[in-house]
Structures are given as structure tokens and as C-alpha cells.
Write a protein that binds this ligand. Structure first.
Ligand SMILES: [Zn+2]
Length: 222
């Protein structure tokens, strides 16, 4: 499987999946390790500061699980085309990025290039995750037609380290369920977690009639 983003979510997802016995993991990230990352990005240590995240993530995971085949890609992918090209040969895409541009691009690759996708996000004390099946129907753009107007980031709003751990672990479970054909995927269902009120909800949604990506996938928009 191919993991987009080796930050807080990505660290938890990669750790959990590596321990689950997967054979091959690709990791995409162009960032370097900063001191402010360490409370939530559990793959990294102080001695990794300033070094490329993908290289340090691979080193740590390889120490833990020597049999795991790891491929690293020190790059930022923010278009559907670049994500689809990099995902070629992988069975599943996992989005642990921190911005809607990348999330929408990953969604579009899932729908238009038929790549199954696990989506996750976390900010402050709120997190969410879902599964987009190959070909979409429904997809993230059916739910969010445009990025939220005041989209925060981990840098501007902060994020609790334990929250990305929880959401990341659940994303890894969702990926494992899909790969093993176990249970019911979060397809058309968004699991939201609000740790301030300790509430979890399932938000269901269907294909939006004006979703441009689903329309394109179904051939009604050219
Ligand atoms: Zn859609």
C-alpha cells in the first residue's frame, strides 16, 4: 500500500500496518523532522531532527520489522495525475496528508483511476476517517464540495498527539479490513471523533448529483 504523508497520522498508520504483517509499504513525504513534530509523530526521535521524514521513517520501521519491504518517495504529490502515477502497482492508497488540496487530489485518483482509498484527518481535538471505494460513488467531493472556508492546519490550530494516534490506528484497521475482506468498510460513512465531548458519530452520505468527479466517472460530464 502507498501512504501519503509521514506526519502524525502517517506515523501511526505506518507503525500499525507494519506490525500487522503487510509485505510492502510505500511512503510519500517531502518534509523534514522538526522538534515540534515529536509529540505526535511517533516514528521520529530527537536524533532525526532536520533529516528527511521518509528516510527516518523507513529506518525506524525497518529496525522494527526487517522483513517489510519499504519504498520511499521524497516528494509532495498534489495532483490526481501524480498520485495515480505513484500509486501504480500498489493495492491501496492511504491519505495522511494535512491539507484539502492533497485530500481532494487523492480522492480524485480513487474515483477516476479506481484506487481504493482510506481517508483520515485530525485537527485540534477532532478527527475523521472514511473509505472511498475504487471508482468512488460516493466520494469526498460529494460530502465537501469545496474545502472548508477556514481550514486550519496542525501548525495553526495544533493537534493532540494522542488523537492522531487514535485516528491513525483506526485508518490502519480500515485498510486491514479492506485487504482481508473483513467487516463493513466505512464507505459512504464518515466516522467523526470529537474528543472534547468524547462523542463519536457516523455521518452517512450519498453521491451528490452535482459532484463533478462522480459525474466524470459515470460519463455524464465530459
Ligand atoms: Zn463524488
Amino acid at each position: 500500500m502507498l501512504l501519503l504523508g509521514a506526519g502524525g497520522l502517517g506515523s501511526a498508520v505506518a507503525w500499525a500496518l507494519a506490525g500487522s504483517g503487510i509485505a510492502r509499504l510505500g511512503i510519500v513525504d517531502d518534509d523534514t523532522v522538526a522538534l515540534s513534530n515529536l509529540h505526535r509523530q511517533i516514528l521520529y526521535r530527537v536524533r532525526d531532527l532536520g533529516k528527511a521524514k521518509v528516510a527516518q521513517a523507513a529506518e525506524r520501521l525497518q529496525q522494527l520489522y526487517p522483513a517489510l519491504q519499504i519504498e520511499i518517495h521524497a516528494e509532495r504529490l498534489q495532483t490526481r495525475e501524480s498520485i495515480a502515477a505513484r500509486a501504480s502497482g500498489y493495492d491501496l492508497l492511504i491519505d495522511g496528508t494535512d491539507n484539502f488540496c492533497s485530500r481532494f487530489a487523492a480522492n480524485d485518483a480513487a474515483v477516476l483511476d479506481a484506487i481504493p482509498l482510506v481517508h483520515g484527518a485530525a485537527i485540534g481535538l477532532r478527527g475523521q476517517l472514511c473509505f472511498i471505494p475504487p471508482g468512488g460513488q460516493p466520494c469526498l467531493r460529494c460530502l465537501f464540495d469545496t474545502p472548508p472556508p477556514q481550514e486550519g492546519s496542525c501548525r495553526s490550530e495544533g493537534v493532540w498527539g494522542a488523537l492522531v494516534g487514535e485516528v491513525g490506528w483506526l485508518m490502519a484497521l480500515e485498510a486491514s479490513k479492506w485487504l482481508r475482506g473483513v467487516g463493513e468498510p466505512l464507505q459512504g460513512r464518515l466516522l467523526t471523533i470529537d474528543l472534547e465531548s468524547s462523542r463519536r458519530r457516523i455521518v452517512t452520505w450519498k453521491v451528490h448529483p452535482t459532484c463533478p468527479v462522480c459525474q466524470l466517472a459515470s460519463g455524464s460530464l465530459t
